[in-house]
Unconditional design. Structure first.
Length: 324
């Protein structure tokens, strides 16, 4: 196979990018490389080359930054979060991490981080780009300067909602990385202390916000709970810890039509028959009228204590709005 065909095939797996060492490894001399750039076949980008005609993209820029940082580098931090499609992160900075060594040139592309510990178990490949694993990405985000703690917590729960088995890996990685002075370890330790082996992540950002609102009001909840004794009734979004009050958090987009309300009423009938009190709230309540959810839950709890409780406390829909 001639050098040009070999490098075109390689570039096709690297979003159109090849490095100088790769070009030299294929047998091209510096003169041959200059000839290809002069003819417009390759476009120089730092110490790299983009094959002409390759579509420009975030992945191409990130691939270039990874190759520019060295053969042992990986995409990391927010760039890795984008590759892993974690909600709340969008293409932007070209974050790259490589092992810390001495006497190494500073790359021209990307935001380069250096780590004393970057083992193979912390690396993988996504869309052809070397990248930190999801677990390592979360630890790196926790240690990123200026990264809000709430944003890291949401990223952790979003990742766990997608892959519950990740929780065990996070606990293992905490032990691997828990060295004195490492940025983000204190935050990750706190988050993982709150997320033991049996932890169930919120199914959505809407659910997570509802949990936080109720916690701030002193109301503890358990999430994604199977209800019913001998006969399984179903799984509810939240249950007020130690009580028979269960909470369903609905998107108004999918729960405002008459048919939606009938379906919700049917769904609530079984828990009510099992002695549970169903409280419903919408995304409008949670995000724009947070006091509504607390009020409904407290009324339900008060009703249980007094023995006066209706089948369920549901929001009333009228004219596209939600009544308090």
């Amino acid at each position: 196979m001639n050098a040009d065909l070999m490098l075109r095939n390689l570039a096709a797996t690297q979003h159109g990018v090849v490095s100088l060492p790769q070009a030299r490894g294929a047998g091209l001399t510096r003169a041959a490389i200059r000839h290809r750039t002069a003819k417009g076949l390759w476009r120089p980008v730092g110490s790299l080359f983009v094959v002409s005609g390759s579509p420009e993209s975030f992945e191409q820029r990130l691939m270039a930054a990874v190759l520019d940082a060295g053969a042992d580098a990986v995409a990391s931090h927010e760039a890795a979060a984008v590759l892993w499609e974690l909600p709340g992160f969008s293409p932007g900075s070209l974050d790259v991490t490589r092992p810390r060594t001495t006497a190494r040139m500073r790359p021209a592309l990307g935001e380069v981080h250096e780590s004393r510990r970057l083992p193979e178990s912390h690396r993988t490949v996504v869309r052809g780009i070397p990248v930190s694993t999801v677990a390592r990405t979360l630890f790196d985000l926790a240690g990123a300067p200026g990264m809000p703690e709430a944003r890291v917590e949401r990223a952790v729960d979003n990742a766990l909602a997608r892959s519950p088995a990740l929780l065990r890996r996070l606990h293992i990685m905490l032990r691997e990385l828990a060295v004195r002075g490492r940025p983000g370890i204190a935050l990750m330790r706190e988050l993982l202390d709150e997320r033991p082996a049996n932890y169930i992540a919120p199914a959505s950002g809407l659910e997570a916000r509802a949990i936080r609102l109720l916690a701030d009001a002193g109301i503890a909840t358990d999430r994604q709970v199977d209800v019913g004794d001998r006969d399984w009734v179903g799984r509810v979004d939240l249950r007020v810890t130690g009580t028979n009050v269960v909470i369903e958090i609905d998107s108004a987009l999918h729960h405002t039509a008459h048919s939606d309300r009938l379906r919700d009423a049917d769904r609530d009938a079984s828990p009510a028959a099992a002695g549970l009190v169903v409280v419903r709230a919408t995304d409008d309540d949670v995000f724009h009228r947070p006091w509504v959810l607390e009020q409904r839950v407290r009324r339900a709890l008060s009703g249980l204590r007094s023995g006066r409780v209706s089948d369920h406390f549901a929001p009333q829909f009228a004219g596209g709005g939600v009544a308090g």
